[in-house]
Ligand binder design. Sequence first.
Ligand SMILES: CC(C)(COP(=O)(O)OP(=O)(O)OC[C@H]1O[C@@H](n2cnc3c(N)ncnc32)[C@H](O)[C@@H]1OP(=O)(O)O)[C@@H](O)C(=O)NCCC(=O)NCCS
Length: 150
Amino acid sequence: MEVEVTVEEVTPQVTYPLRRAVLRPDGGEVAWAGDEDPTTFHLAARTGERVVGVVRFSPAPCPWRPRTNAPWQLRGMATDPAVRGSGAGRALVVDGLARVAARGGDLVWCDARGTAAAFYERMGFTVVTEAYDKPGIGPHIGMLIALSST
Ligand SMILES: CC(C)(COP(=O)(O)OP(=O)(O)OC[C@H]1O[C@@H](n2cnc3c(N)ncnc32)[C@H](O)[C@@H]1OP(=O)(O)O)[C@@H](O)C(=O)NCCC(=O)NCCS
């Protein structure tokens, strides 16, 4: 079932509770290098006042497309398990890609968790690597999407 979500830019601190609950349940650090960089932006999806999804976008060289002009990295994507499958993740990615394009970005890449790869494929990303392990987190795969400059 679709839920009504609004997406807006937020401070990094707004994203930390969901990062902690969903991405670092074993207690890993949730404040990451680059969170406070002025070019980084963070998005929260809300239903009413409740934050149900978060994501971060920041300019960063693409490990697999080194000659891209203006690559950005997607990180810290997480939605509340209670709303999964109802469009919050999609709303965050669609909004984020539009904001990256508006800032002149021409590609977005991510280290996708193996379990989330099919989600990113639904969002238009393509797998560009073999699977690799991120110690303490598990299997990942490189994915990216080219953005049109229109
Ligand atoms: C991956 C994640 C962000 C998806 O969020 P979500 O709110 O469930 O996403 P949506 O409801 O917007 O799903 C959008 C589409 O992707 C599909 N989808 C979502 N998660 C999927 C998955 N794991 N596998 C396959 N399809 C998936 C949905 O069915 C939906 O399909 P549709 O196009 O037919 O509507 C969420 O499951 C999550 O937080 N997972 C745990 C943390 C994680 O792995 N984060 C990514 C780290 S790289």
